[in-house]
Design a binder for this molecule. Structure first.
Ligand code: NAD
Length: 353
């Protein structure tokens, strides 16, 4: 940042980061002085929810294991009803972005205290952002009051995350930080967090790929995810997040996989317009950062082509039209022709030049 001018306001939940820290759940719940907490999870993570229910003991109001992608309002309403019926005084979410999103939706409606235990690298637990869906429409809310009060990062909770999901989720986190580096409203703290977060994930993901249970690899990845999530929560995102929003929202592409495929292409699009901001990534991914990111994803076995996720070549025109509508602030001007070309490359899985 050659011209030293910035605005900064630090707002974060209280963060506890330690292996085994889920055992401190009851102590943390007591601090919130809220009576009992309802435990949220997806149906696939019922077992982890039961473990948290056990840690809470008499402070548990029971489990609601129906969290699902895109935070549908009808599921939130069902969870609100359960919360009232069980007279819960607080919310506990254990899971990835989908479950943490449900926790935010409940907090927004109930104003009850909220503890989150993330089990992926998506980073939602440290952002004031909630995307809700109703009748096929997605609404995004940005409100600091919906953030968790306490986030407990316990790397042990991530060892069950399958390797393929760990890799795409980790690259999803890298994408938050990479766009944070060239955000128009970036500040020294967000840039330091972005570089440190990407560095941690750059080191950890190959370790997880070869040894999924490696404790240090898992802890490093979750640490990186916290930093990258904090960047997403504090500065504005650009082209990459806009495109992923379009591909997920209008074509139902999977969240983390889409981020993993698009990242090298979005960085390639912006590389010449954000040379100075992206410079710290050269040390991690080589002189040609976009190509280096592509090689990194390929070496980890991450998906590389949009066409493998149900998107047809004909969809690319519509996706380009949507991507240029109401664009987010971006270092390089958004040009329809260049966006269409970028999407073609991502669809085919080409290495960006
Ligand atoms: P997810 O929460 O949808 O989880 C995907 C699947 O993995 C689920 O079945 C889940 O139960 C399972 N899973 C999660 N952790 C596991 C573990 N440790 N072991 C075994 N299985 C596990 O995936 P995600 O990528 O974390 O979240 C995606 C959602 O979060 C999207 O809807 C996205 O829009 C949202 N999101 C929001 C923000 C925000 O700031 N608002 C940020 C990132 C993502």
């Amino acid at each position: 940042m050659s011209n030293r001018s910035f605005e900064y306001s630090g707002r974060s939940p209280h963060v506890i980061f330690a292996t085994g820290s889920r055992s401190r759940l009851a102590e943390q719940a007591k601090k919130l002085d809220c009576g009992t907490l309802i435990v949220l999870a997806t149906p696939e993570q019922q077992d982890i929810a039961e473990e948290m229910h056990g840690h809470l003991g008499s402070a548990s109001a029971g489990i609601f294991a129906k969290a699902t992608m895109h935070t549908p309002v009808h599921v939130t309403e069902q969870a609100m009803q359960e919360l009232r019926d069980r007279k819960a005084g607080g919310i506990l979410a254990v899971g990835g972005g989908s479950t943490i999103g449900l926790g935010k939706a409940l907090k927004l409606r109930s104003r009850l205290p909220y503890i989150a235990l993330p089990t992926t690298y998506a980073g939602s637990e440290v952002t004031p952002i909630l995307g809700e869906t109703s009748g096929g429409e997605k609404t995004t809310i940005r409100d600091h009051s919906l953030m968790p009060d306490i986030v407990i990062y316990d790397p042990d909770l991530t060892t069950s995350l399958p390797v393929s999901m760990s890799i795409v989720s980790g690259i999803n986190a890298i994408a938050h930080a990479a766009e944070g580096l060239y955000a128009a409203d970036r500040n020294p703290i967000s840039s330091i967090a972005a570089i440190e977060g990407i560095r941690a994930l750059r080191t950890a993901l190959p370790v997880i790929k070869s040894s999924p249970q490696d404790k240090k690899g898992r802890a490093d990845a979750l640490y990186g995810a916290w930093l990258c999530g904090s960047v997403l929560g504090s500065v504005g995102m650009a082209l990459h997040h806009k495109i992923c929003h379009v591909l997920g929202g209008s074509f139902d592409l999977p969240h983390a996989e889409t981020h993993a495929i698009m990242l090298p292409h979005s960085i390639s699009y912006n590389a010449d317009a954000a040379t100075e901001a992206l410079a710290p990534l050269r040390e991690l991914f080589g002189e040609r950062i976009a190509g280096g990111l592509y090689d990194f994803a390929a070496s980890l076995g991450a998906p590389l082509a949009l066409r493998n996720f149900g998107l047809t070549e004909r969809d690319l025109d519509k996706a380009s039209d949507l991507a240029v509508k109401n664009p987010y602030l971006n270092p390089r001007p958004i040009e329809r022709g260049a966006i269409r070309e970028m999407l073609q490359n991502a669809w085919e899985g080409n290495r960006p030049e």
